[in-house]
Design a protein around this ligand. Structure first.
Ligand SMILES: [Zn+2]
Length: 151
């Protein structure tokens, strides 16, 4: 178990994930969070980008976490390498575990809801990827439900 810095209210913040947590980053976007990918792998660059864009760093790297503490930069240290536990750790930091079609999982672009059709659809304003509440969506909702009930 690692040390975790819990923050009272994680919801509605902007984040940046490190390279080890890109998958978690995609999940967080599905939950409507604004999550940037790092432009580079170095701690310095992640920290600089986080500062400049006022993002909370999410990392599994203790050294980066310590650099953040020293720089007075909000940071969440994730202990687990497994996505379910990682999501549970985010829930522990105050993030509600529910899907929110608001952000593109690929590029973090904002989604817009498409009119018309009987099924709800969303499209990324930047890369054009389409989203809808299909079986994949339901599977993920189920997984979040399971994780929530464990927490
Ligand atoms: Zn996109």
């Amino acid at each position: 178990m690692g040390i975790k810095l819990s923050i009272a209210q994680a919801s509605g913040q902007r984040y940046i994930v490190d390279l080890m947590l890109m998958r978690l980053g995609r999940w967080l976007r599905l939950m409507g969070q604004d999550v940037a990918n790092p432009d580079a792998a170095s701690d310095r660059e992640i920290l600089d980008k986080a500062k400049k864009e006022m993002r909370t760093v999410i990392t599994r790297d203790r050294r980066l976490w310590q650099s953040c503490l020293r720089a007075d930069q909000p940071c969440i240290l994730i202990a687990s390498s497994r996505i379910r536990e990682q999501l549970l750790e985010m829930a522990g930091a105050g993030l509600p575990l529910r899907l929110e079609p608001d952000r593109c999982t690929l590029c973090n672009g904002p989604l817009r809801q498409l009119a018309g059709d009987e099924r709800e659809q969303w499209q990324c304003r930047i890369c054009g990827k389409l989203y809808w509440r299909g079986s994949h969506w339901k599977k993920m909702e189920r997984m979040l439900g399971e994780i929530s009930s464990r927490g």
